[in-house]
Design a protein around this ligand. Structure first.
Ligand SMILES: *[C@@H]1O[C@H](CO)[C@@H](O)[C@H](O)[C@H]1NC(C)=O
Ligand SMILES: *[C@@H]1O[C@H](CO)[C@@H](O)[C@H](O)[C@H]1NC(C)=O
Ligand SMILES: *[C@@H]1O[C@H](CO)[C@@H](O)[C@H](O)[C@H]1NC(C)=O
Ligand SMILES: *[C@@H]1O[C@H](CO)[C@@H](O)[C@H](O)[C@H]1NC(C)=O
Ligand SMILES: *[C@@H]1O[C@H](CO)[C@@H](O)[C@H](O)[C@H]1NC(C)=O
Length: 476
């Protein structure tokens, strides 16, 4: 498939280049005629057939369609499904043999049976998806093959004209192109300062609603590890644009010593850990271990609450080093200022990191503010620093989670097992607080212990009892 796609792409490039040359050539002749009009008249008789622009256009269009349908993305999807099956089938075999060993002559262990049943269902889902994907592929392959053959024949025909017309005017074209470039550079509009500011901070307008879920998966089977976080780096390094990260806390829902990266959403779904784990420290827990689920990745660094301390940690994912920031005196930590609802508090959620269009934020609480939410802008430096701080009038333990979008803080509360409400907002540009937003999130499981807005894809990422879920954010 990739081979086909490459051929399509080369063809397309060749055609497009050729097409521009012809266009420029016509332009050039026309200009020359105007300039010389006063002095001499020359008659040009073209003995060749007129150039078949129509055919060229059609070839161009068909080639472009072809290279769109055969994308490397599709190949990757197939590849990751196959890899996923390769990983899961031996696991299933192992589970079944464990189960057989457990057989004590009476009943098979109910729990083990449940695990295997789940595994079977997931494998069946993957096989179904694989079937759909391969069928789509067969269709694509024959279709594209036929199209490419057509295109090749058409192109050979067109080449006859090419030699006559293009070679002659190549030099003139280059000159014209250069002039055009100069002209274009001069014509660059200077942006209006006011426009830049508003569209920089909030390019999509005001946040109005949530729909979805769009994505729902537990990736690998880790249902015993309920707490974690996941998402994408809004400011990724070159080549890491499609990566997804996931942090899974230990079974006590307190800490983790590594973050895992996946090369795409589909590899995350099937649990192929590539590029894999980035270990902060081999021991777990120790100094600078991750504490609590509400972590974020921004600008190639992981931001989190350092284990057993009132400090903010920043783990550089390239150098694999940690720098720390001591938070203001009175900051609550070690499960003293958690997110809660009536029947439960989410342990070790004292500190909530968040990302939005403008960078990283920290939401926490202090003894001075009666345990109310405090919001601070985190500056990215090494070590990070806190910039401006805002004090709100909402009690942290009456809130289940928070996130930032367009410089506005949003807080959620628990309605019932199936519904969470975004009820509160605090606008950092005006200081305005609202307590009655009434935007509802349809939950896939009762407890959302991680929630973060991703400005790269305008999705809300949630982590809910071991499941990764994402929602579409609707803007005005
Ligand atoms: C482009 O595709 C259309 C529809 O598939 C076909 O009818 C047409 O002949 C193609 N054009 C060329 C130049 O191959
Ligand atoms: C694949 O899908 C086709 C058509 O939906 C179906 O007939 C076939 O049985 C499926 N194969 C498998 C292995 O599920
Ligand atoms: C928000 O989205 C939900 C679900 O799609 C819909 O039922 C509701 O009417 C929407 N609310 C507003 C204010 O648009
Ligand atoms: C991470 O460390 C590398 C190597 O020291 C450095 O070049 C890079 O700028 C750092 N990245 C960040 C985001 O601080
Ligand atoms: C703090 O924020 C202001 C306003 O956004 C910004 O101009 C300033 O550079 C920031 N300070 C630091 C130390 O980054």
């Amino acid at each position: 498939m990739q081979c086909l796609s490459a051929v399509g792409f080369i063809l397309l490039k060749a055609i497009m280049k050729f097409y521009t040359l012809i266009l420029l050539c016509c332009l050039f002749n026309f200009t020359q005629q105007l300039n010389e009009q006063d002095r001499c008249v020359c008659e040009l008789t073209n003995k060749e057939k007129a150039f078949p622009h129509e055919t060229l256009n059609s070839v161009n269009e068909n080639a472009s369609k072809c290279s769109h349908t055969v994308s490397p993305q599709k190949a990757l999807e197939l590849e990751s499904l196959l890899l996923g099956l390769k990983v899961r089938l031996p696991q299933l075999l192992k589970d079944v043999s464990t189960l057989e060993k457990e057989d004590d002559g009476e009943l098979y262990g109910v729990v083990s049976l449940q695990v295997i049943e789940n595994e079977l269902i997931e494998i069946k889902n993957m096989v179904d998806r694989l079937n759909r994907t391969t069928q789509g592929f067969q269709h694509l392959t024959t279709d594209s093959g036929r199209q490419l053959n057509h295109l090749k024949a058409d192109l050979e025909q067109l080449e006859l004209y090419d030699i006559l017309q293009v070679e002659k005017s190549r030099k003139a074209n280059q000159r014209l192109k250069r002039d055009l470039e100069i002209c274009r550079n001069d014509a660059q509009p200077t942006p209006h300062p006011d426009d830049v500011q508003t569209s920089d901070i909030c390019p999509h307008g005001k946040f109005v609603n949530i729909t979805g879920p769009r994505f729902y998966s537990n990736g690998e089977s880790t249902v015993s590890h309920k707490y974690g976080g996941w998402g994408r780096d809004p400011k990724p390094e070159l080549g890491k644009e499609n990566w997804y990260w996931r942090v899974i806390l230990n079974v006590n829902n307190i800490f983790a010593n590594h973050i895992t990266f996946y090369s795409s959403l589909s590899t995350l779904t099937v649990g192929i850990k590539l590029p894999g784990n980035f270990i902060i420290h081999p021991s777990n827990p120790t100094t600078n271990t991750i504490q609590g689920p509400n972590v974020v990745v921004y600008g190639d660094a992981l931001f989190y609450n350092c284990y057993n301390s009132d400090r903010l940690c920043r783990f550089n994912l390239t150098s694999k080093t940690v720098s720390t920031l001591q938070l203001p005196q009175g900051t609550r930590y070690n499960s003293k200022g958690n997110f809660c609802h009536l029947s439960e508090c989410y342990v070790y959620t004292d500190m909530d990191l968040a990302t939005d269009e403008s960078g990283v934020w920290l939401i926490y609480s202090t003894v001075h503010d009666f345990g109310n939410l405090v919001l601070a802008k985190v500056e990215e430096g090494d070590p990070p620093t806190l910039n401006q701080t805002w004090h709100t009038s909402v009690y942290k333990q009456a809130v289940t989670n928070t996130f930032m979008a367009c410089g506005v803080l949003y807080a959620t509360r628990f309605i019932n097992n199936g519904m969470e409400e975004i009820f509160y907002s605090f606008d950092t540009s005006t200081g305005e607080e609202k307590f009655n937003l009434g935007i509802f999130i349809h939950k896939m499981c009762p407890n959302i212990n991680f929630l973060n807005y991703s400005p790269v894809d305008q999705l809300l990422y949630a982590y809910c009892d071991a499941y990764m879920v994402s929602y579409d954010v609707l803007f005005e």
